[in-house]
Design a protein around this ligand. Structure first.
Ligand SMILES: Nc1ncnc2c1ncn2[C@@H]1O[C@H](COP(=O)(O)OP(=O)(O)OP(=O)(O)O)[C@@H](O)[C@H]1O
Ligand SMILES: [Mg+2]
Length: 246
């Protein structure tokens, strides 16, 4: 099992949007996927409730319960756990980073978001965890020209030697319309530019998560978590959440 943590201590950078899109992309690619919503705002849990069809499993968890939830998920045959994290202080963020095989840091092309990533760099470095930085809500090109804020942000990240996702996400209405229906941009508007950029992003993230996937390997034992298995994972998580609250 791999764990992908979507992070940024700054609020509103697109963590939940990116987390649900990565989870659904993996699930649509026949992986068994469990999201863990670690944010008390419960945005990804709300998204899952809005969703009418099948999709990734989701637990509402807490950073202190993650270890137990991960063990239960691993036993249940989950291929990928996606952590949607809160824009919060170091303790919660550190727990998510510790649990992660790979961190995806979402930021907008803005001075404040860029500043906020510095702490993410320090924390992922200190825990020796790989991190990929994803530019989200970037304004569109004017003709062939990238908006200056996008260029400046990319430049600043590169100068710090950070790894950028090879595709950023533009500011697109399709993301907002899709998540409001419990869907992804690819499901809501399959021909859209948003669908294309998410597909490219997932291809890259999948390679980063499973670097040398042997040809012919069939990863998913069962794509949907059977309800009894899901109940076990949820029960283990609930007990751990209860214990973490005490
Ligand atoms: N690429 C995008 N294009 C357009 N809107 C976007 C994009 N990414 C995110 N949004 C919108 O920006 C807002 C914040 O996104 P989201 O909730 O995913 O951020 P977040 O980092 O999870 O926020 P929080 O820190 O509160 O958890 C939402 O309204 C979302 O629909
Ligand atoms: Mg969120």
């Amino acid at each position: 099992m791999r764990t992908l943590a979507v992070l940024c201590q700054k609020g509103g950078t697109g963590k939940t949007t990116v987390a649900v899109h990565m989870a659904v992309a993996a699930w649509a690619g026949q992986r068994t996927v469990l999201m863990a919503d670690l944010d008390p705002q419960r945005s990804s849990a709300e998204w899952r409730r809005m969703r009418s069809g099948p999709g990734p499993g989701l637990i509402e968890s807490k950073p202190g319960a993650l270890f137990v939830a991960q063990q239960a998920a691993e036993r249940a045959g989950v291929d990928l756990m996606v952590l949607d994290t809160r824009p919060a202080g170091d303790t919660d963020t550190a727990e998510a980073i510790r649990a992660a095989d790979l961190c995806l840091v979402a930021l907008r092309p803005s001075f404040f978001d860029l500043k906020a990533t510095q702490r993410m760099v320090e924390m992922t470095d200190a825990m020796n965890k790989p991190a990929i930085f994803l530019l989200n809500q970037a304004s569109s090109r004017r003709g062939d020209r990238e908006p200056p804020a996008v260029l400046e942000t990319i430049d600043a990240l590169r100068q710090r030697g950070l790894v950028l996702a090879p595709v950023g996400l533009r500011n697109r209405a399709a993301y907002q319309s899709a998540v409001a229906k419990g869907m992804t941009a690819g499901e809501y508007a399959p021909e859209s530019a948003a669908a294309r950029e998410i597909s490219l992003l997932w291809t890259h993230m999948e390679q980063a998560l499973w670097p040398a996937r042997p040809v012919g390997h069939t990863p998913a034992r069962f794509r949907r978590l059977p309800s009894a298995v899901m109940a076990n994972v949820a029960a283990a998580n609930a007990a751990a959440v209860g214990a973490a609250a005490e």
